[in-house]
Design a protein around this ligand. Structure first.
Ligand SMILES: Nc1ncnc2c1ncn2[C@@H]1O[C@H](COP(=O)(O)OP(=O)(O)OP(=O)(O)O)[C@@H](O)[C@H]1O
Ligand SMILES: [Mg+2]
Length: 374
């Protein structure tokens, strides 16, 4: 007999796993492939493996929303399920994916889940769309920035307005690297590529960085200083702490590759303006901030300020922002997967065997089809 659906929010930085109907994930793991695991695939034998372990090398399973280490992903999921004492073959799985990924990526996910995790049924949904459900609303614009992906997803009456979804490949991981670069120059710190150095910058970012704006009403009193492993100290008045977050509004600072650069405020404004005229006010009136990299103090205020500059008068009067709960994509997935008729939209094992992995597109569209508006 099948147990309750398992919800799996597969993020670029962390994987969040739990059962449908529960508010929070039971397990949150870094989505990394350790040196020990990776060494099995690396030619060069045992010595190389030992060297990797000594360096505590860790390889991300995901690269900006795309799985880059398939074996690593399966091991991370298996470890999480073991911790939950759950057997994947006995639970339907609701899995998240970043929007606008190549369609073949979703097919590969489906193949791995049926062939290697032996799931009985699977559904794949955009994480941004799920975050809206976590706030108990069905119409709104989600601005989600996690570890590797920035996305703006407008939904009207539960349906994703596909043509207005925006996605860019930057997130918290890039901010951590950028902060490290900035701070190393400011305090003459010796740049370190090791895990220890990286962890330190991530901690500084999460505990000290904040958004710059003229009227800092939301600025919580954060940590005053941070001692780096080499003894250098980061103080709260460092310019780098706000400059780092500025990059979300000016991602050209982060992206050192040829790509169209667009800050989260511009993505959000375009998502609203590319949706139908009759939906724009409703979307602007419920803007939901989601993902770890939207947790900087002052973020709601700054996004609102920026949108006021970009939206036409009639729409900007409606602008209202809310912060979603931590792990919003998981929580939304948990709500969706508990709906009695949702299991009908899951792709079953027999459908996989009969039609192949590409059949998932027919199934997923039932959750994300365009609205029929009068
Ligand atoms: N309090 C905080 N302030 C700023 N950043 C934070 C905070 N807490 C977590 N983060 C950052 O949020 C990121 C993780 O967020 P999240 O779990 O939403 O991403 P993800 O789901 O793993 O990735 P993605 O959705 O982009 O594929 C990390 O970069 C982390 O450093
Ligand atoms: Mg995420």
């Amino acid at each position: 007999m099948e147990g309750p659906p398992i919800v799996l929010d597969n993020g670029s930085g962390t994987i969040k796993v739990g059962f449908a109907g529960e508010c929070e994930p039971r397990v949150v793991h870094d989505n990394v492939f350790t040196a020990l695991r990776a060494s099995r695939n690396v030619p060069g034998g045992e010595d190389f493996a030992k060297a990797l372990q000594a360096n505590t090398a860790r390889f991300p399973v995901m690269d900006h929303g795309i799985v880059s280490q398939w074996e690593g992903l399966l091991e991370v999921i298996e470890a999480a399920l073991e911790e939950m004492k759950a057997d994947a073959s006995k639970h339907p799985v609701l899995l998240t994916e970043a929007p606008l990924n190549p369609t073949v990526h979703r097919e590969l996910l489906v193949e791995r889940f049926f062939e290697e995790l032996h799931v009985p049924a699977l559904q794949v949904v955009h994480s941004g769309a799920l975050a809206l459900y976590a706030t108990n609303s069905r119409t709104g614009l989600v601005i989600e920035v996690g570890d590797g992906v920035a996305q703006t997803v407008p939904l009207y009456d539960s349906y994703v307005i596909f043509n207005a979804v925006k996605r860019r490949d930057y997130g918290g991981r890039d901010l951590t690297a950028y902060l490290g670069e900035l701070m190393s120059k400011e305090i003459n710190h010796r740049p370190s590529s090791s895990e220890v150095g990286w962890r330190a910058w991530k901690e500084v970012k999460e505990s000290m960085c904040r958004v710059r704006h003229k009227n800092p009403v939301e600025e919580a009193s954060k940590q005053l200083s941070f001692y780096l492993p080499d003894g250098k100290v980061v103080t709260r008045d460092s310019e780098c702490l706000t400059k780092c977050v500025d990059a979300l509004f000016e991602p050209a600072r982060l992206l050192k590759r040829d790509e169209e650069e667009q800050g989260i405020h511009k993505m959000a404004a375009e998502s609203i303006l590319e949706s139908g005229r009759d939906t724009q006010k409703a979307l602007a009136g419920n803007i939901v901030l989601s993902g770890g990299s939207m947790s900087f103090p002052g973020m709601c205020h700054r996004v609102e300020e920026e949108l006021q500059k970009l939206l036409p008068t009639t729409v900007k009067a409606a602008v209202k922002l809310v912060k979603s709960p931590t792990y919003a994509a998981f929580t939304g997935g948990s709500i969706v997967a508990s709906m009695p008729d949702l299991l009908d939209t899951f792709m079953t094992r027999s459908e996989y065997e009969e039609h192949g992995a590409a059949f998932i597109h027919k199934k997923s569209v039932r959750l994300t089809q365009p609205p029929t508006m009068s």
